[in-house]
Design a protein around this ligand. Structure first.
Ligand SMILES: [Zn+2]
Length: 106
């Protein structure tokens, strides 16, 4: 009976390493209704979202491969990337512990 009450933790896939992680271990990137792309540390902003596992290397790779643009179906200007990068830099310490299959040595 008890197993019925066990809630599955919602998981999301990292767009760079394809790893499935719980939402709170990930960084959400959101395409706002205004057509900008920003980080959504609270996970509550409206709009189409994509998830990154939070590794700095993963973000850099996403930028290089434009995988976020494909996931969000939205062109990301260099200015938006600059803003994302500075937002990401502020929170990256929180995610350094999260292993990433592609970039982690964990
Ligand atoms: Zn990843």
């Amino acid at each position: 009976m008890n197993e019925l009450r066990v809630r599955k933790i919602p998981q999301r896939k990292c767009v760079t390493c394809q790893k499935m992680l719980s939402k709170k271990e990930m960084v959400r990137v959101v395409r706002t209704p205004e057509g900008t792309v920003e980080l959504d540390p609270t996970g509550k902003k409206n709009g189409r979202g994509a998830y990154l596992c939070g590794r700095w290397e993963g973000f850099q790779q996403a930028k290089k491969t434009r995988v976020l643009e494909r996931a969000l179906k939205q062109p990301i200007t260099p200015e938006m990337y600059e803003q994302l990068e500075s937002q990401f830099a502020q929170i990256r310490a929180k995610y350094e512990e999260v292993p990433c299959e592609k970039f982690g040595d964990a």
